[in-house]
Design a protein around this ligand. Structure first.
Ligand code: CP
Ligand code: NVA
Length: 318
């Protein structure tokens, strides 16, 4: 019979040379294999040297965690990163993606792209001959979701049957949580104000991927969303690019702050997650961020371990 480590390697080898543009681009087995590798890397039980591979970072939006975790992950894999911020490259002067992507494919081994439209990311993937990773778009944040479910698995030891309640905006983070949760057999409840629901296309995609017996539910009532849940999750009410809607959104989301009262409705052993950056006192109270239920900073750290595993798999360094 094949050993477990052999099974993990086989699952991960299928990812070699591919893109990671959506949470739906990987299977549950591949995600669990990435988690096994990330655990080994985190514990220091495994070292992987990719030998001078280069990751290009094309970030049109601000980033702390994603940028730094990718940089450190590449350094730990014996490679390096180049910062291709569009304001300092010809991208900012309108060089087309079809040309940029083909040129960068001659210099780099993998690209991580953070931008607005998912279509732009798909164009990079289409014109690149190297793997392209979604480092956040308006539609999805799949690297974040991997770290989130890794953190949950670390906490509880398993995922299937757990209930995650996300309260707030039906945004990129909520989309990747729904898809990834559906794949992993985690029940996902989304609680958001009317008019701020997740994309119906993503909701339908997630429903198609649901493991038998698990559920995705949508409500406009934050208390109904969190009742008895094992994981409470929130994110900013105005994402990057929506700054001019901040004031109006604050009014619509007023009853969706993840505070102690909301936390008290969850399972007594519930944990709290937030992808960060957070607005303390808006979508989450400072008290809850610093509560003993919070795993927010472990979650941030896990971006590094999971992305290191992802890079190793996409670059075939196993
Ligand atoms: N959670 C996250 O993606 O953080 P950054 O915007 O700092 O990368
Ligand atoms: N929804 C947020 C996530 C930031 C990591 C945004 O897109 O700005």
């Amino acid at each position: 019979m094949a050993s477990k480590s052999h099974g993990v390697a086989a699952e991960l080898s299928a990812l070699k040379g591919g893109d990671f543009l959506s949470s739906a681009d990987v299977t549950a087995n591949q995600i669990n294999a990435l988690f096994d590798l990330a655990t080994q890397l985190k514990k220091g039980d495994r070292r992987i040297d990719l030998g001078n591979r280069v990751l290009g970072l094309i970030f049109t939006k601000a980033s702390t965690r994603t940028r730094v975790s990718f940089q450190v992950a590449m350094a730990r894999l014996g490679g390096q990163t180049v910062d291709l911020n569009p304001t300092v490259t010809q991208l900012g002067r309108g060089e087309p993606i079809e040309d940029t992507a083909r040129v960068l494919s001659r210099f780099c081994d993998v690209l991580a792209v953070r931008t607005y439209a998912q279509k732009e990311l798909l164009d990079y993937a289409n014109w690149s001959s190297i793997p392209v990773i979604n480092a956040l778009t308006d539609l999805e944040h799949p690297c974040q979701a991997l770290a989130d479910f890794f953190t949950i698995k670390e906490e509880f030891g398993y995922l299937q049957g757990k209930t995650l309640a996300y309260i707030g905006d039906g945004n990129n983070v909520s989309h990747s949580l729904m898809i990834c949760g559906a794949l992993l057999g985690v029940n996902v409840r989304i609680g958001c104000p009317a008019g701020f629901e997740p994309s119906s296309n993503i909701l339908n995609l997630a429903k198609q991927l649901l493991v038998e017996g698990s559920t995705i539910e949508l409500t406009n009532n934050p208390v109904d969303a969190v009742k008895g849940a094992n994981i409470l999750y929130t994110d900013v009410w105005a994402s990057m690019g929506q700054e001019d809607e901040s004031a109006i959104r604050k009014k619509s989301f007023k009853s969706f702050c993840l505070d102690k009262a909301i936390l008290s409705e969850a399972d007594p052993n519930a944990i709290v997650l937030h992808c960060l950056p957070a607005h303390r006192g808006e979508e989450i109270s400072a008290e809850v961020m610093d509560d003993e239920a919070s795993r927010i900073f472990d979650q941030a750290e896990n971006r590094l371990h999971v992305q290191q595993a992802l890079l190793a798999a996409l670059l075939g360094g196993l």
